[in-house]
Design a protein around this ligand. Structure first.
Ligand code: TPP
Ligand code: SF4
Length: 248
């Protein structure tokens, strides 16, 4: 049972009602259960932020690292025990801002890790400041007149090498989300899943959404599926782009 992989005695979680993170945790636990991953063969590494707390809800060895440091910690675990499946779950700020330097070098080395990025487009835990994925013009607590910068192109960054795995999905598309998670875990190299999800309290309300459900409906209406096998995802497309399936 996937629930055996979770510390359900700690529920309810610390996340706000309507937050997208719980949906990612449920799909990760189900994916792991279906793949036979458990305490004996897997480790979950979380960063700092609302998302990073997920690591502590998994009923297996997990690490709650310093802010931005999931990747070096995960690489160390993988180096010491290459047989382990090492899964990283963290926010866009943790992975792409303070952890951005580790991100470019982990993907350059093509380390065999599955990275799940909860992309809620802000620093959720600290109040909703603009981060590396905040769309230009979006009002945030640190940019009340709209974020002045273009967001980081995560797909473009992930595709700088000759081998890559980049998936984009959303918390609304739960079946697709689980498929992306499973493929990322199976991929024999660095795999990155970019998951659009809702921070209702520190982002959505400022943008006029009343509930987490309204944000989910926005994902349903805005995002379209790309066909399998595409070389690149257009903005607002969900799908997988990958190249080079040989062992790293
Ligand atoms: C070295 C360091 N700098 C800053 C912080 C404050 N801090 C905690 S969480 C966070 C941002 C988290 O944003 P994100 O990674 O997007 O995760 P979310 O909370 O949205 O899930 C920041 C800046 C910290 N804990 N440590
Ligand atoms: S602040 Fe945002 S990201 Fe954090 S738990 Fe609440 S809704 Fe989720």
């Amino acid at each position: 049972m996937f629930k055996d992989l979770l510390k359900t005695h700690l529920f309810p979680t610390s996340w706000c009602p309507g937050c997208g993170i719980g949906g990612i945790m449920a799909q990760l636990a189900m994916a792991m259960d279906e793949m036979g991953l458990n305490q004996s063969n897997s480790v979950v590494v979380g960063g700092i932020g609302c998302t990073g707390r997920m690591a502590g809800y998994f009923n297996l060895d997990s690490v709650y690292t310093l802010h931005g440091r999931t990747l070096p910690v995960a690489q160390g675990i993988k180096m010491v025990n290459p047989s382990l499946k090492v899964i990283i779950i963290s926010g866009d700020g943790d992975l792409a801002s303070i952890g951005g330097n580790h991100l470019i070098h982990a993907l350059r080395r093509n380390v065999d890790l599955a990275v799940l990025c909860n992309n809620n487009e802000v620093y959720g835990l600290t109040g909703g400041q603009a981060g590396p994925t905040t769309p230009q013009g979006t009002p945030t607590v640190s940019s009340p007149d709209g974020s002045p910068y273009e967001p980081l192109n995560l797909q473009g960054l992930l595709k700088t090498g000759s081998r890559y795995f980049y998936a984009r999905t959303t918390v609304y598309h739960q079946v697709h989300l689980k498929r992306c998670i499973k493929e990322a875990i199976q991929w024999p190299g660095f795999a990155f899943v970019d998951i659009a999800s809702q921070c209702i309290e520190n982002n959505g309300r400022r943008l006029g959404f009343k509930t987490g459900y309204e944000m989910l409906a926005m994902f349903r209406d805005k995002y379209k599926r790309a066909p399998d096998g595409v070389e690149s995802l257009a903005p607002l497309e969900i799908g997988l782009v990958k190249r080079g399936e040989e062992q790293p």
